[in-house]
Structures are given as structure tokens and as C-alpha cells.
Design a protein around this ligand. Sequence first.
Ligand code: PMP
Length: 432
Amino acid sequence: MMRNQKFMPAIKHLLVISIAINAGLVLKLLHDNNGHEWATNGMNEVRVAKDVFHGVQNLSRATDQYINLDHGDPTMYEVYWKQMGDRTTLVLSGWQSISYFSDTKNHCWFLEPSFANAVTRLHNLVGNAQTRSYHIVVGTGSTQLFQAALYALCPSNAPEPMSIVSAAPFYSSYPLIIDCLKSGLYKWKGDASKFNKGEPYIELVTSPNNPDGSIRQAVVNGSGGILVHDLAYYWPQYTPISFQADHDIMLFTVSKSTGHAGIRIGWALVKDKEVAKKMTKFIEISSIGVSKDSQLRAAKILDVIADTYEHTEKFDKVKPFFHYGNNEMARRWKQLRSAVNKGQTFSLPDFPVEKCNFSGQRFGTQPAFAWLKCEKAVNDCESFLRKHKILTRSGTQFGSSKRYVRISLISHKEEYDEFIQRLSLLSSMDTP
Ligand code: PMP
């Protein structure tokens, strides 16, 4: 009896820990959907995940919560936009956004003129991409535009589907999106550096790259190739703006430029009018255009960012947007490198320092993701970190090795700070 009583608190404690771990695992399962960037698939899942999450929070005195840095959810930016108060508030009445059409004179008939103007204004301010003589196509995120580009570029009468490649490590959603509908137009052929250049192909060039932050150019160099440049991260908070990009097709998104992933707005700058028209056709067929409300919100936000530079008098004590983002990314990378440098368990890539033509500052790329390598005895980095309740995405999903993981650096500050504490501890313990 005495002995049993003695064990009771210990058993209770174990139970609490076990419930917390299982709840965390359920959370991980709900969030794990084959490497997609987005979090869950339906409202029910979101609700359940929230309940489970609150359960974990309540138990957090007994054991730590899971930190989910698997997705690139840009919640880091919430703080900035909160302090902007009503400057980005948009009131829309019931009579607005009724029509399918936005601008019937434009080949992209669902493009809101104010959004097109805001996009041009921001690129001209930042100097990251040419806009003159380009056609703008708006999409439901750059995810839709990427598919529209493939539709536009692949001949409909080719005997074989067109090969699509990207240098490894590549953005994990590319193969999922490309093979999802088993299209007769195109198929995923994996790592561009291993591709046989004899046949026609499309190479996806992501720069700075997701997941490893590298600045990239096409690697295949074959004669039958078409390039699509995914420039989601070519903004001055992440990397020095060293040239004005003028590629044939360039994809951008508010998800990573302003942090508004939930608005679901991206845009393409397209040189060739016929390609732009075919991309427009794809969006017409797949979703009959793009939310006007979202375009108007995006336009407002892009304009406010430009205003923080061009009308500084209106923004007393508020840092201009990209300067804020750049400082925050610099701070987070500093914390991360210092945690990693506490031991030999992990390593990170280095980035060359360059001058940014936009800010005039010199700095190295400070990507939205860390491409962390586990050294020595840890050969499955994702499982190792999961055991320590840090959820990341395994290198295997990016066409690379399980020694690597991708970690989001753009989550809420509290979550990121907690991650840094755990990583510092793991790092200083030196190998399990
Ligand atoms: N391309 C890259 C390289 C990305 O990282 C992402 C988002 N993670 C996207 C495209 C998709 O962006 P969106 O939210 O606009 O669909």
C-alpha cells in the first residue's frame, strides 16, 4: 500500500506527459500532408487541430509543446501590420465586387487596375524586377500562376508530356503540384542537374531558393529549354537586390513579400503577350478569375508599403516595411547561427555578402527558411528534431538527403524564440 502511494504521483506525471505527447502527435498528423506548404485541408481539421493545440497548451507545464516550423507560414509579419493600425483597413460594401470582370480592355480581364498599378509601383521602388513592356497576370497565389505558366508553355499536341525539372534541393510543392492530376501536358522529371538535355523541358529557377536560400540560375543549359523564374523571395528583407530581374516569366506572391499568405494573391510578370493570354485562359478555366476583394486588399497593402518610403511624413515612428523585415530576419539569423555554433551537431549554409541596390546596405542572404544539416551520428535530422518536439520538413521532400531539414524562420516571435532555446540546448549537448 505504502509503496503504491509512493508511485502514484509518478504515474500521474507519466500519464500527463503521455497525453501531451499523443496530443502533439495528433497535431503533427493533422499538419502533415505530404509536404504541402499549407496547413490543413478543411475547416473541421482546423477546428480539431485548434482544440488539440489548446489541450497541449494546457498541459504545457508538464511537458513542452510541439513547435511547428514545417510550414512557411509568415506570421512573423503580424506584429508589423498590427502597429500600422487602420492604415491598411479596407471597407468593402455589399454592392462592390459584384461583376466577374475587372478590366475588359486588358487581356487579363480579371486584373484589378489598382492592383496592377500597385505591383508596378512597388517593383519600380524596390528595383527587383523590370515591369516596362511586361504583362501582369494575377493569380490565386503564385501556386495558381505556376500551373498557368505550365499550361501556357506546354504544347497541347506534343507526343509526350513536357519534362519539368528544378535543381535539387527544390521547393517540395513542385513535384506534388505537377504530378497531382497526372497531366498529359507535363510531368515531373526531378533534379535539373541530372537531366538529359536532349528533349524539350521547362526548368523552374527559384531564387533565392526554397529551401536552401541559394541565389540561382538555370543549370540545364540545353537548347530546347524554357525557364520559369519563381522569385517569391527576391525582396530586400531576404536578400540584397543586386540586379533588376528581366526574365521571360517571373512569379511573385504577397505570401512572402508582405506576409499576407491568407489573401491568396500572386502575380506573374510575363514578356510574351501570347503566353500571358494563355495563362489568363488557364485561370479563366480553373477559377473564372481571381478574388477582386483580395486584389483590392493586396493593392492597399502594397501601396502602404510604397508609402512608407515615399510619404515618410505619414508614418511617424513606424519603420519602412522592408527595413523592418530586414532587421527582423537579421536578428533571427543571428540567433540561429549562435545556437548552431554552440556545438558540432548542426551546420548551416553560408551566404556571400553583397550590396543591396535598394537599401544601400551590404549583407548576406537571410532566407525565410534555414536549411539545417545534422552532422555526425544524427543521420535522420527530421526524426531527431521531432523527438525534441521541433517539427520541420525533411530534406527528402526537397530531393535531398534526410541529413537535412528545412525550418521556417518566419513564424511568430514567441514560437521562434522557443525554438532557438531548444536548438541551443540540443546543440550544446553535442550529439545524442
Ligand atoms: N514558390 C515558392 C518558392 C514558395 O516558397 C511558395 C510558398 N511557400 C510559393 C511559390 C507559393 O506561394 P503562394 O502562397 O503565393 O501560392
